[in-house]
Design a protein around this ligand. Structure first.
Ligand SMILES: *[C@@H]1O[C@H](CO)[C@@H](O)[C@H](O)[C@H]1NC(C)=O
Ligand SMILES: *[C@@H]1O[C@H](CO)[C@@H](O)[C@H](O)[C@H]1NC(C)=O
Ligand SMILES: *[C@@H]1O[C@H](CO)[C@@H](O)[C@H](O)[C@H]1NC(C)=O
Ligand SMILES: *[C@@H]1O[C@H](CO)[C@@H](O)[C@H](O)[C@H]1NC(C)=O
Ligand SMILES: *[C@@H]1O[C@H](CO)[C@@H](O)[C@H](O)[C@H]1NC(C)=O
Ligand SMILES: *[C@@H]1O[C@H](CO)[C@@H](O)[C@H](O)[C@H]1NC(C)=O
Ligand SMILES: *[C@@H]1O[C@H](CO)[C@@H](O)[C@H](O)[C@H]1NC(C)=O
Length: 669
């Protein structure tokens, strides 16, 4: 540990409505310290939290979607990833057989106009004659994204398009990674596929292997073309195509919003590779897919504009659509030529919100969602504020969107936290990636932010520089920062950690909240830290008292006072808490304490120890006397070194005589 960090006064309780007195020695490294925490829980010092304070940010980075949340098992299903010219490489597809038995190539004979590349498999061997096919036949296999996770008893939907002048007799199989262990097999026979023909096969696995592959083989001489080969598990969230375990980890965070689909992914290194929503909708077979040049991988865009909106709806989160504003990392469209880009985005808004009989709303309806999506936020670009055409382009988008959809809130890329923006906006974007200690000390960054005008959207925050693969230290720094976000939630409307996901096989950016491979996943300490903030989105009964919030469990209707404290130092701190001003009494019994800590700030989680650093909840014995009091005094709570502690105190139901003020109950703490 950096010793300068371990002095006594590193403890920062960032809060108002809370006053703190430090009693610490000059060195303080080994001595226990005592700190007084006074919580004034009176109504007058309470403030409502924004409904949307904490959410999530999904970017297609680290194979977060392709080979991640999007459950498609075939990688490069349309054979387009090598580019639209042929011959092209077909990786990760690979050939089964040798030069004497099979020749595999690509041509432009597909029936799909936006993705013309098809796979041509010329089988040289046969079932009889001089050149007999090897056992099982020859053809191709796809290993998925570093192995397909096939699980016993589960069913998988295989769809592919095929053409041949001869009758076909294909053997289709899911096998272990060496091709030997058969997990599911079937035969596809057709007498006449002289036209492109769609085949649909349901496979049920008879074994489990997280590193499986899909094989397509033939033992008959002739030429067979394949295109758009998809293998989807039937078991996805709501049948919507999201991998269940990863979806569940997002849902558990109770995100108030979902920002998508990037990030730099939205801009691209070059405009020609930017995310274009229109290329990602409609039947999946017809989507061209695109190369994400910033993070250097191809996506078939199965997870497209519609699926992102569906994901937000399934998470009960408000979608926040970040769109390309005619600017990439290396090229940009002059404001005088940006109009087609503006019209394209208006179409995208109509796709999300238009009536089912509108031009683009009807495309959405045809995809199975006649009701509009609840799209209320858009961001004009990502990190583009200083680009020459940003402001000009921004204003074109801004006025066109406000005219068509006056209620949509528009997010500017320019930082309005230190000085007022020189252009209209509802929110301004703010990104912070730094060291854990700098993150911690940035808890007060927004103390001086303008109170009027646009609110802050901290759409990307993370302790990055010294986070390792995602360690405790980073989570502590971020927790301190987030307490500052709560405290300043009169000027901050939204905040989200970044990035959300990493596939361990393409860990291009560290740290990431959730780490996974084909079959398993774990949350880093920062993921668990965020759980302590998930009640800090207002529902009607929540209010803010500094880092103390009150929140209501919508299931059992209980109300709680939650006090969060980060100890960013190496000493144990005794916190002596007094709470006054509560119109409703607090119950002495049933209080809990939830801690995130470890014996090392470098501690991380892993597949083997997914919860090495995670939340531990215990009863708070110090308040176990069963008398109810209106004032909590001198409640001592030990704060472990390098820890986040969350105290949860149950409020008694309001007494009858307070009924006169029942209309004020939402702020009654
Ligand atoms: C608590 O805060 C309220 C409102 O700011 C104030 O009127 C009251 O005096 C405070 N109570 C104490 C004990 O400081
Ligand atoms: C299909 O091919 C398999 C060998 O791969 C063979 O056993 C089977 O008889 C063939 N079926 C037909 C209908 O030709
Ligand atoms: C296959 O179908 C096409 C189109 O209907 C037809 O023209 C062709 O003669 C058929 N081929 C055979 C071998 O039956
Ligand atoms: C084959 O495709 C052609 C051209 O698209 C079409 O006219 C014909 O009806 C198709 N034949 C069959 C049997 O589907
Ligand atoms: C809310 O209450 C229900 C019922 O007691 C409980 O199962 C659930 O865990 C509670 N939720 C939270 C977030 O504490
Ligand atoms: C678990 O955390 C401890 C520190 O508490 C650390 O020493 C250890 O390496 C971690 N184990 C794993 C498997 O990450
Ligand atoms: C907590 O602080 C109060 C006020 O300073 C003091 O009177 C009390 O003795 C302290 N309690 C403990 C247990 O240290």
């Amino acid at each position: 540990m950096d010793s300068s960090r371990s002095r006594c006064c590193i403890l920062l309780l960032v809060l108002f409505g809370i006053s703190i007195q430090y009693q610490c020695s000059a060195s303080g490294i080994d001595t226990n310290q005592a700190v007084l925490l006074f919580v004034n829980a009176s109504e007058a010092s309470a403030r409502k939290i924004p409904d949307t304070l904490f959410g999530i940010f999904f970017e297609e980075i680290n194979h977060a979607g392709a080979g991640g949340l999007w459950a498609e098992l075939v990688s490069n299903r349309g054979f387009e990833s090598g580019g639209s010219f042929v011959p092209s490489i077909i990786e990760p597809w690979a050939i089964i057989g040798d030069d004497s038995s099979v020749i595999v190539s690509t041509d432009l004979s597909s029936c799909f106009v936006r993705n013309k590349v098809a796979l041509r498999v010329q089988v040289l061997c046969d079932i009889e004659g001089a050149n007999i096919c090897p056992g099982g036949g020859v053809g191709v296999y796809n290993p998925g994204f570093w192995g397909m996770n096939i699980e016993q008893g589960k069913r998988y939907k295989l769809v592919f398009y095929v053409r041949s002048e001869e009758p076909i007799n294909l053997s289709v199989a899911l096998t272990g990674s060496n091709g030997l262990k058969k997990l599911a097999t079937t035969t596809v026979i057709a007498a006449n596929v002289s036209n492109w023909t769609k085949m649909l096969v349901l496979l049920e696995a008879e074994g489990t292997d997280p590193n499986s592959r899909l094989e397509l083989r033939s033992t008959t001489k002739g030429v067979i073309w394949f295109d758009q080969v998809s293998l989807m598990p039937l078991d996805t969230y709501n049948g919507h195509g999201f991998r269940n375990d990863l979806f569940g980890m997002l849902k558990d965070l109770k995100p108030a919003f979902l920002r998508f689909p990037g990030g730099c992914f939205v801009e691209g290194d070059y405009l020609r590779n930017a995310f274009r929503w229109k290329e990602t909708i409609g039947p999946w077979e017809e989507r061209p897919g695109h190369y994400g040049d910033k993070w250097k991988y191809w996506t078939d865009d199965g997870l497209g504009h519609f699926e992102f909106l569906q994901l937000a709806e399934d998470l009960r989160a408000l979608p926040v659509w970040v769109f390309n504003n005619g600017i990439s990392h290396n090229d940009q469209v002059d404001t005088s030529s940006v109009l087609p880009f503006v019209e394209d985005i208006l179409d995208g808004l109509e796709f999300a919100r238009g009536a089912p009989n509108s031009r683009w709303g009807s495309v959405r309806a045809a995809m199975g969602h006649p009701e509009p999506f609840d799209l209320r936020y858009v961001a004009i670009g990502n990190e583009d504020c200083n680009k020459p055409y940003y402001l000009g382009n921004y204003l074109k988008f801004y006025s066109a969107i406000k005219e068509a959809y006056p209620d949509i809130k528009i997010i500017s890329n320019c930082d309005g936290s230190s000085k007022a923006l020189d252009h209209p906006a509802d929110l301004y974007d703010f990104h912070i990636y730094t060291s854990a200690s700098y993150m911690f000390s940035n808890a007060n960054h927004f103390d001086g932010a303008p109170c009027s005008g646009p609110k802050a959207f901290i759409s990307e925050y993370a302790a990055h520089d010294d986070a390792g693969n995602g360690n405790l230290l980073a989570a502590l720094g971020e927790a301190g920062f987030l307490i500052g976000v709560e405290k300043n939630s009169d000027v901050i409307e939204m905040a989200s950690y970044a990035p959300l996901f990493a596939n361990t096989n393409d860990w291009g950016w560290k740290a990431d909240a959730i780490v996974f491979d084909s079959s398993q996943a774990y949350g880093i300490p920062s993921y668990w830290m965020q759980h302590l903030f998930k009640e800090s989105n207002a529902n009607p009964s929540n209010s803010l008292i500094a880092s103390a919030i009150t929140w209501r469990n919508e299931t059992d209707k209980n109300e709680y006072l939650r006090i969060k404290v980060v100890n960013f130092g190496s000493s144990t701190i005794t916190l002596n808490i007094s709470i006054c001003g509560s119109e409703n009494t607090l119950q002495r019994s049933g209080a809990t304490k939830t801690i995130l800590t470890s014996n090392s700030v470098k501690a991380e989680n892993s597949f083997t120890y997914p919860k090495n650093v995670s939340l531990v909840k215990t009863m708070l014995e110090e308040v176990s006397e069963d008398t109810d009091v209106e004032v909590f005094e001198n409640m001592d709570v030990g704060l472990l070194p390098y820890s986040i502690t969350s105290l949860e105190l149950l409020k008694n139901p309001p007494a009858l005589w307070t009924a006169a003020t029942a209309s004020d109950l939402e702020s009654s703490f």
